[in-house]
Ligand binder design. Structure first.
Ligand SMILES: Cc1cc2nc3c(=O)[nH]c(=O)nc-3n(C[C@H](O)[C@H](O)[C@H](O)COP(=O)(O)OP(=O)(O)OC[C@H]3O[C@@H](n4cnc5c(N)ncnc54)[C@H](O)[C@@H]3O)c2cc1C
Length: 428
């Protein structure tokens, strides 16, 4: 794995919480010890694929460095699950000491998260599927037809599909609402009598050859194989008042919340398919829709882009970003980085944030699954992961050429179920 350059504090905060172990090198220019450390650091990054090696330019990130009491370069800080460790290395860093520190953290990680006593569970299954979006639902259908002893655990069926008001690219359905396609897939799973639990999985621990899956409410299930199909979470703008105004004018789901904005003025942040479809849907309900996008051209399916161009209610503000959310008790507008119609303030009743999504790292990090630099689970063509007995499918993986769609999630779910079947046959 290569050393990741972190540009700013936002990237730093996003990264340190994502992985079990992250090292951050605060470096400077014209710093001989920094230059001496660089090749060693890169070599160790290759040698320790489970540890995330990052670096950040100290001179451009002085407030962050000061807040972490980093006053010299290079300084290596070590983070476990986002928590800074007491041990730090600075100045002329000795490779042996660096190796010993990393080995110590890995040993501690194994002790805490991976090596557990044989754990009790409420029931045993051959396969536990976690996540009931299109990937998990399809895997359950295939697993049922292979006769695998399985259970499907998910918060609510459908996953991100439910956020889509209109799906026009799922073969056999010229046009279908996300909720309707969800219902069809969920009915298929139910018809095959797949045991289902509508729960949130809080941990997955390796226990020898098996896994123990724990849920909110205290239930645990032992499994020979697990399939992670937990999808992604909406990205946030990262603006100061976003949390406070969420649900008070700021929304991440047009399908869910559009109805509150009948006859009102709204904006959509983003420029890809999710944002484009949100704008089109909102235009059916709201009086006016501004789409605020930092790029120069909308991305994604041409069909949606053409519809946006023709829609008199939608106005796209290109090369524009939101710098501030305005409003005391609820959103009243946004501040833009450049004026629109003579003002940097755009008055709004609602803002829909559709700027993409990231994998939910909770279970991925806890299991220590190998990921790419963005946190997507590295998967082989048969959907196996870096941990024997663990599979991943759908939006959380690096497969399908990173084309995150319902059909590709279904495809990965099907492949995973077949691969699990072969694995279980061998272990019988
Ligand atoms: C607005 C919008 C419109 C879209 N439109 C289209 C479209 O028109 N066509 C198309 O092909 N794709 C579309 N997509 C993309 C598509 O929805 C996704 O690619 C697809 O849903 C991914 O499926 P998945 O099963 O991998 O993950 P998800 O659909 O994200 O499902 C994951 C599930 O896992 C559950 N989960 C997560 N963590 C846990 C846990 N710890 N315990 C239990 N359950 C858990 C989640 O609650 C969720 O139900 C759209 C996406 C959005 C946001």
């Amino acid at each position: 794995m290569e050393v990741t350059q972190l540009k700013n504090e936002e990237e730093f905060r996003e990264t340190i919480g994502k992985f079990p172990i992250t090292i951050v090198d605060f470096y400077s220019t014209e710093c001989p010890p920094c230059e001496k450390l660089a090749p060693v650091y890169s070599r160790l990054a290759e040698e320790y694929p489970d540890v995330r090696f990052t670096k950040i330019f100290r001179q451009e990130n002085r407030p962050l460095a000061a807040s972490l009491e980093v006053s010299g370069s290079p300084t290596l800080l070590f983070f476990c699950h986002g928590k800074v460790q007491d041990k730090r290395l600075t100045g002329e860093i000795d490779e042996r000491e660096l190796r010993a520190t990393i080995d110590g953290l890995i040993a501690k990680e194994d002790e805490t998260y991976r090596k557990v006593e044989r754990m009790e569970s409420n029931e045993e299954r051959d396969l536990v599927i976690i996540g009931s979006g299109p990937a998990g639902l399809t895997a359950a259908v295939y697993a049922a037809r292979y006769g695998i002893d399985q259970v499907l655990i998910g918060q609510l069926p459908g996953g991100l599909m439910t956020s889509s008001h209109k799906i026009c690219n799922y073969p056999s359905e010229t046009e279908i609402a996300g909720m309707e396609l969800t219902q069809k897939m969920a009915d298929h799973v139910t018809a095959l009598e797949v045991p289902q639990l509508f729960e949130t999985v809080t941990s997955i621990k390796k226990d020898g050859e098996r896994f123990v899956v724990s849920m909110t409410g205290g239930k645990t299930i032992g499994a020979k194989a697990v399939l992670l199909a937990t999808g992604t979470k909406h990205k946030h703008l990262g603006l100061p008042d976003e949390g406070r105004l969420t649900g008070k004018g700021v929304s991440y789901c047009a399908t869910c919340d559009a109805m509150f904005y009948r006859g009102k003025v709204v904006a959509v942040a983003g420029g890809s398919d999710a944002a484009n479809t949100a704008s089109l849907y909102l235009a059916e309900i709201a009086e006016k829709v501004y789409q605020i996008y930092r790029g120069t051209e909308l991305r994604g399916e041409t069909a949606w882009i053409e519809q946006i161009k023709k829609n008199p209610k939608i106005e796209v503000l290109f090369e524009s970003s939101i710098t501030k959310l305005l409003g005391e008790n609820r959103l009243e507008g946004v501040q833009l980085d450049k004026p629109f119609a003579g003002s940097e303030v755009l008055k709004l009743d609602g803002l829909f944030v559709e700027i993409g999504s990231d994998p939910d790292m909770t279970l991925i990090a806890q299991m220590g699954l190998r990921t790419d630099e963005k946190g997507y689970v590295e998967t082989a063509p048969d959907q196996t992961t870096s941990i024997p007995g663990a599979w991943a499918a759908g939006d959380i993986t690096t497969n399908s050429d990173n084309f995150r769609q319902i059909i590709t999630a279904c495809s990965e779910g099907a492949i995973a179920a077949q691969s699990v079947f072969k694995y279980l046959q061998k272990t019988k």
